[in-house]
Design a protein around this ligand. Structure first.
Ligand code: HEC
Ligand code: HEC
Ligand code: HEC
Ligand code: HEC
Ligand code: HEC
Ligand code: HEC
Ligand code: HEC
Ligand code: HEC
Ligand code: HEC
Length: 413
């Protein structure tokens, strides 16, 4: 290990001194690292630091830690405004000394609200108001030295790495027991529609933890906010929802918005055959609302079966060797109507729902009819081929027989 570090130091020392653009406009040359005392004794921290974003901008150890970088011996190196290892609250001010300054951040296109946002979050309240060091500070999520951009796949803040970053604490049963919080968020999220989209499909339009909670302002959305949080991405569903009777109930906090039917961390589509049962969690059997749920379920189940039948009809047409262009076009019309059903039923307007269901059914019936006819023709075609094959084979057999005779005749003579 020591050998490796020494080798690394040699390689680094042999490199030309990098040039860095300064905010002032001029170019300055960083002195070669051997003249920079801190790294002579803290080579491991340098290794991590040069991989991060700050080194690229000419930020150096003493910008955060103070001390005298020209000195190579203790205690002189640690003199001056030496900060040493800042505690969790001091870290917020340290990072904020640059990141909360809009004049400094504007040139990089970076927002400057992280500290202000952290202050509003549950994390910030605990850390800054109560000095509870179990709450995260900037470096718990970003590291202290190897600070990478969130779009760098190695970063702890890269979309697919965020859940693990949060889970380091939120899956820690002893830590969370102090606050009476469950520790199953990551497990449930991993299996949810969002977890599958994020991890398996690498679909970064799906939320990681921060997509719903906010990044630096992490708080659970209050019951009345949930529909708006989900609606940021599910725009059409949310518009339909807003037109239905549950929207008013959600505004008053009587139903936890979308989560009332979908769950927060184990978010899933409600399967067609469980729709009425879902309504039944809040509306007793025999009520108008429950009856409506049963109607919706029947429509969705029927439309799903019709869509599958239409798909199967296209398959049959293809096998019968038919041109399927027109059928494909009609199938897509049915699919569009089918997809609209899932959105529209959020306003619980069964009339519109039934209209869409009928459209799927009528197209599906047509396509099945066309496929039936094509299959009949295909059989007729195949039946017609039987005599043709019979004659062809018979002719071949006769020809072989004749050939055999000829050969025997020539051998005789
Ligand atoms: C001659 C070697 C040497 C030099 C040069 C040196 N340090 Fe240190 N540094 C040490 C030692 C030894 C420790 C104590 C390590 C420990 O306690 O684990 C230490 C500890 C630290 C700590 C942790 C303090 C704490 O409270 O835990 C920081 C931060 C630090 N040094 C930063 C710097 C910076 C910045 C520079 C350059 C300005 C620098 N050091 C230069 C040897 C050095
Ligand atoms: C952007 C600010 C920043 C810069 C630049 C920076 N550090 Fe640090 N450093 C920190 C913070 C914050 C901590 C406290 C980390 C923690 O609590 O996890 C820390 C901790 C340390 C420690 C104590 C680590 C420990 O585990 O006890 C040492 C030693 C150290 N830094 C050395 C360096 C050296 C050497 C450099 C230059 C290569 C450097 N730092 C550059 C912010 C910085
Ligand atoms: C001396 C000023 C300074 C300090 C102190 C500082 N930063 Fe930075 N930081 C910058 C600058 C400048 C950039 C822009 C780098 C770039 O975009 O190339 C940056 C970039 C970042 C980025 C990448 C942002 C992005 O999307 O590109 C993160 C994350 C970050 N800093 C976190 C921290 C944390 C955490 C701390 C405290 C440990 C900290 N910074 C302390 C100046 C600072
Ligand atoms: C609970 C974890 C967590 C804490 C605490 C945290 N960050 Fe972040 N930070 C993230 C994540 C995750 C991202 C990625 C952004 C995203 O995906 O929305 C990020 C992004 C950033 C960025 C890039 C620009 C932006 O705002 O998106 C900067 C700069 C930054 N953080 C600085 C800080 C500073 C400074 C602190 C302390 C005041 C801090 N962070 C505290 C998790 C955290
Ligand atoms: C260093 C540990 C740590 C990390 C990392 C961390 N948290 Fe927390 N989190 C806590 C603690 C401690 C609480 C306080 C619980 C309380 O007081 O209710 C908390 C509270 C929360 C709460 C409020 C829960 C409630 O009902 O009060 C949310 C939401 C939250 N965290 C989300 C996140 C997200 C999202 C991330 C990742 C970006 C994250 N946390 C990273 C430690 C952490
Ligand atoms: C699809 C949106 C969404 C995603 C993604 C999400 N959450 Fe939540 N989370 C919520 C909602 C909504 C609540 C509040 C539930 C309520 O009040 O009924 C919540 C509550 C919480 C709480 C409070 C305790 C609890 O379990 O109720 C914590 C802690 C938390 N989330 C952490 C996380 C972490 C960590 C992740 C990533 C693994 C995550 N969340 C991903 C929406 C989400
Ligand atoms: C950051 C954007 C975003 C947020 C916020 C969000 N979602 Fe999603 N959601 C998605 C994406 C992307 C998918 C995956 C779509 C796919 O794979 O076709 C998805 C999938 C779903 C699915 C499964 C759809 C299906 O057809 O299987 C449901 C249900 C869902 N989200 C509900 C919610 C609820 C409820 C909330 C709020 C608690 C929420 N979403 C918050 C983006 C988001
Ligand atoms: C999480 C609980 C919950 C679930 C699940 C739920 N609802 Fe509701 N629903 C409510 C609340 C609360 C109201 C408002 C009650 C009021 O205004 O008196 C409401 C109101 C209604 C209303 C208008 C008032 C009425 O009773 O006629 C209809 C219709 C309705 N829901 C249908 C449904 C259907 C259909 C489903 C299933 C697809 C469903 N609900 C699932 C909680 C729920
Ligand atoms: C009363 C129960 C209920 C509530 C409340 C509810 N949903 Fe749904 N949601 C369903 C049902 C049932 C389905 C499945 C419909 C189907 O398969 O046709 C569904 C399907 C979905 C889908 C998949 C639809 C698609 O287009 O692929 C998404 C996304 C979704 N819901 C998001 C939300 C959002 C966002 C909210 C809040 C604005 C919400 N849901 C509120 C019952 C509900």
């Amino acid at each position: 290990m020591t050998f490796l570090i020494a080798l690394y130091a040699l390689v680094v020392a042999a490199r030309p001194a990098p040039t860095v653009a300064q905010a002032g406009g001029g170019q300055v040359t960083i002195p070669p690292d051997t003249a920079y005392g801190c790294i002579a004794c803290h080579a491991d921290k340098r290794t991590a630091f040069v991989m991060g974003v700050h080194a690229d901008r000419g930020i150096r150890c003493h910008d955060c830690h103070g001390g005298d970088p020209a000195a190579t011996v203790l205690p002189t190196a640690h003199r001056g405004r030496f900060v040493g290892k800042p505690d969790k609250v001091a870290i917020v001010s340290l990072c904020g000394s640059c990141h909360s300054d809009p004049d400094r951040m504007r040139q990089y296109g970076l927002p400057s609200g992280q500290v202000a946002e952290l202050r509003t979050s549950r994390h910030g309240q605990l850390l800054l108001n109560r000095r509870d060091f179990h709450a995260p500070t900037c470096t718990d999520c970003h590291d202290a030295h190897m600070i990478l951009r969130p779009d760098d796949a190695r970063a702890s803040t890269y979309p697919t790495n965020i859940p693990a970053t949060c889970a380091r604490c939120h899956q820690d049963a002893t830590l969370m027991a102090r606050y009476g919080l469950p520790t199953d968020q990551f497990e449930r999220f991993r299996r949810s529609a969002h977890g599958v989209a994020l991890f398996d499909d690498q679909n970064f339009a799906a939320p990681s933890c921060v997509g719903c909670h906010g990044t630096h302002s992490a708080l659970p959305p209050t019951v009345t906010e949930i529909a708006n949080v989900c609606g940021r991405c599910h725009v059409l569903v949310s518009q339909a929802f807003a037109a239905g009777p549950h929207a008013a109930a959600a505004r008053d906090g009587r139903i936890a918005g979308c989560v009332g039917c979908h769950g927060n961390h184990d978010t899933e589509r409600v399967p067609a055959e469980r729709i009425a049962a879902t309504c039944g969690r809040c509306h007793a059997a025999g009520t108008r609302a429950h009856a409506l749920g049963t109607e919706i379920e029947q429509d969705v189940v029927q439309a799903t079966a019709d869509l599958h039948a239409a798909e199967e009809a296209i398959g049959r047409l293809t096998r019968a060797g038919r041109e399927t262009g027109d059928a494909q076009f009609r199938y897509r019309t049915a699919l569009t109507a089918y997809l609209q059903i899932a959105e529209v039923q959020h306003n619980l307007d069964v009339e519109r729902l039934e209209e869409l269901t009928r459209r799927v059914r009528s197209i599906s019936r047509d396509l099945q009819g066309i496929a039936d006819v094509a299959e009949e023709h295909r059989w007729e075609h195949q039946l017609f081929l039987v005599p043709v094959w019979f004659f062809a084979l018979a002719t071949l057999a006769l020809a072989l027989l004749a050939l055999r005779r000829l050969e025997r005749g020539s051998r005789h003579s």
